[in-house]
Ligand binder design. Structure first.
Ligand code: MN
Length: 201
């Protein structure tokens, strides 16, 4: 009998808590079906291989092909789904500039607005499926990178902090082809305490 070594993460909010930015229906498909399928595929693919019982980040660092694609997508989605918090009307205006992550953003991008603009521009211009990332290098300097398909900045030695999924499955139910509008709306539900935790841990 196959033992599941990688399991589906739990969401830190209710399936409808991100509405209207991300609908319950999108969560049901994106988390409940797409991510679940990557988890099921990876458990089948690693059974009996050197990757069985390896931590997810190590699988991503050492694998290629189908194992990399499924492991990368699980790592990416785990970081993606756990960076959000429930939508509230007031939230989008709240920037706590005492948090180290905000100080670093202003240091490395000039202003918070310049950071938002570069991030959205890189997400909008990423051709095809993939992910746009905010990461920290080994010195703590922040960078925004585009990764195609299942790519994750850990393969470049960077620490991933925040990501937006530009695969169409992430937004097509709610936004149809309007990727830029979807990316812009996501700032309203980013849990900056979690991004700061990742940055400072
Ligand atoms: Mn996705």
């Amino acid at each position: 009998m196959l033992s599941a070594i990688i399991s589906l993460i739990a969401l830190p909010y209710a399936p409808n808590a991100l509405e209207p930015v991300i609908s319950r229906e999108t969560i049901e498909y994106h988390y409940g079906k797409h991510l679940q399928t990557y988890v099921d595929n990876l458990n089948k693919l690693v059974a009996g291989t050197e990757f069985e019982a390896m931590p997810l980040e190590e699988i991503v660092a050492k694998s290629q092909g189908a194992i990399f694609n499924n492991a990368g997508q699980i790592l990416n989605h785990n970081l993606y789904f756990t960076q959000f918090k429930p939508y509230t009307i007031e939230q989008s205006a709240i920037i706590n500039d005492q948090l180290p992550i905000f100080k670093a953003i202003i240091r490395d991008f000039g202003s918070f607005e310049a950071f938002l603009a570069e991030f959205e521009q890189k997400g909008t211009t990423l051709f095809g499926s993939g992910w746009v990332w905010l990461s920290a290098d080994k010195d703590g300097k922040l960078v925004i990178t585009q990764e195609p398909n299942a790519g994750n900045p850990v393969t470049k030695g960077l620490k991933p902090l925040l990501t937006m999924d530009v695969w169409e499955h992430a937004y097509y139910i709610d936004y149809r082809n309007r990727r830029a509008a979807h990316l812009h709306s996501l700032w309203q539900i980013i849990n900056w305490d979690e991004i700061n935790r990742r940055y400072t841990e």
